[in-house]
Design a protein around this ligand. Structure first.
Ligand SMILES: NC(=O)c1ccc[n+]([C@@H]2O[C@H](COP(=O)([O-])OP(=O)(O)OC[C@H]3O[C@@H](n4cnc5c(N)ncnc54)[C@H](O)[C@@H]3O)[C@@H](O)[C@H]2O)c1
Ligand SMILES: O=C(O)CC[C@@H](O)C(=O)O
Length: 526
């Protein structure tokens, strides 16, 4: 019988399901060294957010087939290391949506009516009412940042409470926002017009400290902010300072920059803050949902069947998967690249399959391209199963074209993303069996392998410009691993693609865009 290690507390219903096909060992509170020592004996690992599945754990896991995260976030799993080892990572993207949305609404109403402090006051023997005078949410403006699964449920219920909804989500179509009864606005408008602001977006390098001192200064002094998404989207020090100075009405937080939350100025504040220990998903229903969802996927994979919410490896037959995997990696990488270049709202994606790719089953390639396209917005919530549906719900039209003529490569793939303002395109191919190459950007010919950190510029092809960019990067201590320029016309426009060893330091992009001749510059993280 296969063996499953359960290293975080999981609802019994999920364990019972697994026990039908496997030996289930529950061992919580393992130290990292203990986990590394025992993992070699297991075929599956089931976790919540408490276990860190590091590259070291994965290296020791010599018979592991699947890691199941009972919840959404897989930030505690080294997914690239698992992928390299062929270990499927699955999660439950929807099992706790309602729980997190309801916790948000409870936080909003508690903040408006001071329920936690009033409760403590009464239980300590007092009967005080004046200090707990609250505000109504009826007819107030709620700003929702991130109108995905949780944000849209919060918006729907808040509308029923009589609130006006402003929303900011750069990846969502205006039509979808309108269907939800929300007005899509720019971030600054949301900051300045909202009475309540709630966050429902992923934490990414771009959203880290989205709510900083400058953003807080744009909000009404009575504005109340709720974060049941991820710690780190709010700069906690700036938030505490704004609350202390009376420049903000209140804050209710379920998630923190470091969890568990230890020393924090937020703890010293009074009525204006409500803090809960990452309870968003902690309902009986959500815990049962995620436990069943993930246990079923572990069971299926142990029985040789595909998983339905694989974060990393799609549920295809092994022989088909082996043949298509490099092309799917290419499609996902190009999708991610064109998504980052398009910079947000995409209305249509054209997938052009050329050469031998045009004769293959295109469905997995198209899905992989959509997964890549949506991953800057949705992170681990988009997978091979829901990518098509997520794209449809976001109003992205997918057009597929085929051209079986072989050009420079036996098979190549072009993705063209059209947004309301501009169209961006990228092409790629395989070199040998599985080496990925980007072969054009916006029809400028290049030939570069995709790397983790890249810098792209569109500039005038003129003497001195490459040197200036090189010295600017040098002055910020950025090491260039490779550099290539592609142009269509001598002294016309050109693109420059640089692979760099580390993320681009803050402020450098602005300096680059100031260089004479540079039309545009983009950071791309693949
Ligand atoms: N507190 C908890 O226990 C708990 C439970 C579940 C989920 N979460 C968190 O809640 C958040 C939302 O989850 P979800 O299931 O609704 O995710 P989702 O993927 O359905 O929605 C996220 C939305 O954020 C949008 N987005 C991405 N980048 C953005 C940006 N820079 N600005 C504005 N919007 C942006 C996306 O377009 C998407 O619509 C996530 O951070 C998730 O980790 C917390
Ligand atoms: O309680 C948990 O397991 C974390 C819940 C949530 O943040 C998730 O990522 O699913």
């Amino acid at each position: 019988m296969p063996k499953v290690l359960v290293s975080d507390p999981i609802e019994q219903v999920g364990l019972d399901l697994l026990a039908q096909v496997a030996q289930v060992d529950v061992q919580t509170n393992l130290s990292p060294a203990e986990l590394v020592a025992i993992i070699p004996g297991y075929d599956a690992l089931m976790i919540r957010s408490g276990t860190r599945v590091t590259a070291e754990v994965i290296a020791a896991a010599n018979q592991l087939k699947i890691i199941g995260r009972a919840g959404v976030g897989v930030d505690n799993v080294d997914v690239p290391a698992a992928t390299r080892k062929g270990i499927v990572v699955v999660n439950s993207p929807e099992g706790n949506t309602i729980a997190a949305a309801e916790h948000t609404l409870a936080m909003m109403l508690s903040l408006a009516r001071h329920i936690p402090d009033a409760n403590v006051s009464l239980k300590s023997g007092a009967w005080e009412r004046k200090p707990f005078t609250g505000v109504e949410v009826y007819k107030k403006a709620l700003g929702v940042i991130g109108l995905g699964k949780i944000g849209s449920h919060v918006a729907t219920v808040a509308r029923a409470l009589g609130m006006r909804i402003l929303a900011y989500d750069p990846y969502l179509s205006i039509e979808r926002a309108e269907q939800l009864g929300c007005r899509l606005v720019e971030l600054d408008v949301l900051f300045s017009e909202s009475d309540f602001i709630t966050l429902h977006l992923p934490k990414t390098p771009e959203t880290q400290h989205l709510i900083n001192a400058a953003a807080l200064a744009k909000m009404k002094p009575t504005c109340r902010i709720i974060n049941c998404a991820r710690g780190g989207i709010i700069d906690e020090a700036a938030l505490a300072a704004a609350l202390k100075a009376g420049k903000l009405g209140g804050a209710a937080l379920d998630v923190f920059e470091t969890e568990p939350l230890r020393e924090s100025p937020l703890k010293d504040l009074g009525l204006e803050t409500i803090l809960t220990p990452h309870l968003g998903a902690s309902t009986e229903e959500a815990q049962a949902n995620v436990a069943i969802d993930v246990a079923e996927q572990i069971r299926d994979v142990l029985l040789g069947l595909p998983a339905r919410s694989a974060v990393n490896i799609p549920g295809l037959r092994p022989d088909v998967l082996e043949k298509l995997t490099p092309y799917m990696q290419l499609a996902e990488t190009l999708g991610n690249l064109v998504g980052q270049l398009a910079g947000g709202r995409v209305e249509s994606l054209e997938v052009r399959l050329q050469g031998e790719l045009a004769t293959n089953d295109s469905q997995p390639i198209v899905i992989a391209a959509l997964k890549g396209l949506l991953s800057p917005a949705l992170r681990e919530r988009v997978n091979y199963v829901n990518a098509g549906l997520e794209a449809k719900e976001r109003g992205i039209r997918v057009v597929e074209t085929r051209d079986s003529d072989e050009r420079d490569y036996t098979g190549s793939l072009q993705l063209i993303a059209k947004g309301p303002l501009e169209t961006r395109s990228v092409t790629g191919a395989l070199l040998g069996a599985d080496e990925l190459r980007i072969t054009s950007i916006d029809d400028f010919p290049i030939n570069v392998p995709p790397t983790r950190y890249m810098l792209l510029t569109v500039h005038r092809d003129m003497p001195g410009i490459i040197g200036k960019i090189g010295s600017l990067l040098g002055s910020f201590n950025v090491n260039i691993a490779s550099m290539q320029v592609g142009r269509k016309l001598v002294r016309g426009d050109a693109v420059m693609v640089l692979s760099i060893d580390d993320p681009l330091p803050e402020g450098l992009l602005t300096e680059i865009t100031k260089v004479s001749g540079i039309r545009d510059a983009y950071i791309v993280n693949l």
